[in-house]
Design a protein around this ligand. Structure first.
Ligand code: 13P
Length: 341
């Protein structure tokens, strides 16, 4: 492992003014997104949609530091035969790859999940590196509910995240470590805070045990936020203040950067929260975005599967990317939302 090179890539991924496009929806998830815009989820449509994003020259060259791809996409070519991964490289962004293989029910823990995909991961990482991937992603999912999460679910998921991260670094690939505490329940922000604290502490404990080099990784956490069904929704300032306090308590300063998931927040909420955190300032790590839904909902709607809407889809994507890029520097304002370029 060359740690200096891993650190360079990790720092590039969290460059202020840029963030990560999470375009790594599994076949099941992208089908749900396409269903919502009444587009059939064929291989060609998935390719056309993602090609539209990667050919958004302004967004990709100015506001996107890296793109997380799904296995199908990293091997796909654009309509003109150019590998999609080359389009990303040509824009100046770094290609990345989702390497987990989804979740399975966790034995003895009803309602809880463990992320799988460690088998043969070393061999897969080698092929992805040859294809151009310089970072990877593995997502663990922790749900909040009555009696959950159990410490069992937190431990096995943290263990798998650290196993994955160590294998990535051995393959000269920067691991994005993503322990996602879901915001689907009716819990309040303080319960989210407590659970996320346990999850992050366990995750960093495992990363240390398995000798993962913190300078060569990026953390992708959820924010401390109210559950979607909670009657009392925390304000933007409360989310920002509590998330920063939580991260300061749990994330060593050796980690170069933190790139948040959006997790079901509205587009503008995800931007406002990131912006408010960066306005607090004086942070030991860079804070940016690694959004899936909060970057893609608008372009998906504008595109709706029609070739004549590609320019509109690209405009919508560029706008969201620019808003989040400003938020990564604490320079976003709600008034800018109206001024679509
Ligand atoms: P969302 O921003 O839609 O939560 O997706 C980010 C991601 O990569 C989840 O694994």
């Amino acid at each position: 492992m060359n740690l200096a090179d891993l650190n360079k890539v990790a720092l590039a991924m969290v460059t202020p003014g840029k963030g990560i496009l999470a375009a790594d929806e599994s076949s099941g998830t992208i089908k749900k997104r396409f269903d919502a815009i009444k587009v059939e989820s064929t291989e060609e449509n998935r390719r056309d949609y993602r090609e539209m994003l990667f050919r958004s020259t302004e967004a990709m060259s100015k506001y996107v530091s890296g793109v997380i791809l799904y296995d199908e996409t990293i091997w796909q070519n654009a309509k003109d035969g150019t590998p999609l991964v080359k389009l990303i490289e040509q824009s100046g962004a770094i290609p990345g790859i989702k390497v987990d293989e989804g979740t399975q029910a966790l034995p003895q823990c009803p309602g809880e999940l463990v992320t799988v995909g460690l088998d043969k991961l070393a061999e897969r990482l080698k092929k992805y590196y040859e294809r151009g991937a310089r970072f990877a992603k593995w997502r663990a999912v922790i749900d909040i509910g009555s009696g959950i999460p159990t410490m069992t679910a937190i431990s096995v998921n943290a263990h798998a995240l650290a196993r994955y991260a160590a294998l990535c670094q051995a393959a000269q690939i920067v691991p994005i470590v993503e322990p996602e505490v879901l915001m689907d329940g009716d819990h309040d922000i303080d319960r989210c805070y407590d659970v996320t604290q346990r999850v992050l502490n366990k995750t960093f404990q495992e990363l240390r045990v398995q000798r993962v080099e913190l300078e060569g990784m990026v953390l992708k956490p959820n924010m401390a936020i109210s559950g979607k069904k909670c009657a009392k929704q925390a304000s933007v300032d409360e989310v920002a203040e509590k998330t920063v306090r939580l991260l300061k308590a749990c994330v060593p300063a050796a980690v170069p950067g933190i790139a948040f998931l959006s997790g079901g927040q509205s587009d503008e909420e995800a931007t406002a929260h990131l912006d408010a955190m960066n306005r607090i300032g004086n942070l030991p790590w860079k804070l940016t975005f690694s959004y899936g839904r909060a970057l893609q909902a608008a372009p998906q709607k504008a595109w709706s599967g029609k070739a004549e809407n590609v320019a509109a889809g690209q405009r919508a994507f560029t706008h969201r990317a620019r808003m989040n890029a400003l938020a990564s520097k604490g320079e976003w304002e709600t008034g800018l939302e109206k001024k679509v370029a």
